[in-house]
Design a protein around this ligand. Structure first.
Ligand code: SF4
Length: 234
């Protein structure tokens, strides 16, 4: 287990700012779609995708977010979000917590009355995130290639408002995830999501493993990929 080490600010999508400078965020895209995962699957949601990620998972489907994006002030980001009518906002990436302004964005969205969720890799400290935010935190499996990045101290920050997600690529990943559930008593902390890696593992196969072992998890598939495929902005 290692935390994210100090890396060039550019790769993390970070802006080196002083306390006096206004918060700015590097935004890859903002769009309205149906939430495709988690407990709010199917609900119209405004997605705010932040640029940058220090990880390189083998199955990553948002590599375009590693570097593409425009710097915007926080008020401009909020104004873009307001143009959409939905009440749910999902802040995602990339790894949104790699940008220092992310915590302030999340707080302001909560203050404005949005139902806010955060999709995070599990490799960066989630403790600064407003507890009103539903944190959907990955635990990276061996098949991701980034298992060593899991910051296991994050598990102590989880509440019933959060979810832990395992993206499963094969039987080895499944057995690893199953052992993590019991070793860290994760289902006692929050809901757990088991998701088959798209086009790597048949959803039915994972569903049958979960049922055979009577695991206390929520099986999910990525709804948006079944509706629209691997397109951007949906
Ligand atoms: S953490 Fe997410 S955005 Fe980053 S490489 Fe992995 S899958 Fe892609």
């Amino acid at each position: 287990m290692t935390a994210v080490s100090s890396r060039p600010a550019e790769r993390l999508g970070r802006e080196e700012v002083s306390a006096a400078k206004p918060v700015r965020l590097r935004i890859n895209e903002i769009f309205l779609s149906l939430q495709g995962e988690s407990r709010t699957s199917g609900i119209p949601t405004i997605f705010v995708r932040l640029t940058g990620c220090p990880l390189r998972c083998h199955y990553c489907d948002t590599e375009y977010a590693f570097h593409e994006g425009e710097w915007q002030t926080l008020p401009a980001v909020i104004a873009s979000i307001r143009q959409h009518g939905a009440k749910h906002v999902c802040v995602t990436g990339g790894e949104p917590l790699a940008q220092r302004g992310c915590a302030e964005l999340l707080k302001q969205l909560c203050d404005l009355g949005y139902r806010v969720s955060l999709e995070t890799s599990g490799a960066i400290d989630i403790s600064p995130v407003d507890i009103r935010v539903s944190r959907v935190m990955d635990l990276k499996t061996p098949g991701s290639g980034e298992m060593d990045r899991n910051l296991l101290t994050n598990l102590d920050c989880l509440t019933e408002n959060d979810q832990v997600k395992f993206v499963i690529t094969d039987r080895t990943d499944y057995e690893w995830a199953r052992s993590m559930l019991s070793e860290h008593r994760i289902p006692e902390r929050c809901e757990v999501l088991f998701s088959p890696s798209h086009e790597q593992l048949m959803p039915r196969e994972l569903a049958e493993w979960v049922l055979a072992d009577q695991l206390p998890v929520r099986f999910q598939i990525q709804l948006h990929k079944y509706l629209w495929g691997n397109r951007r902005g949906v």
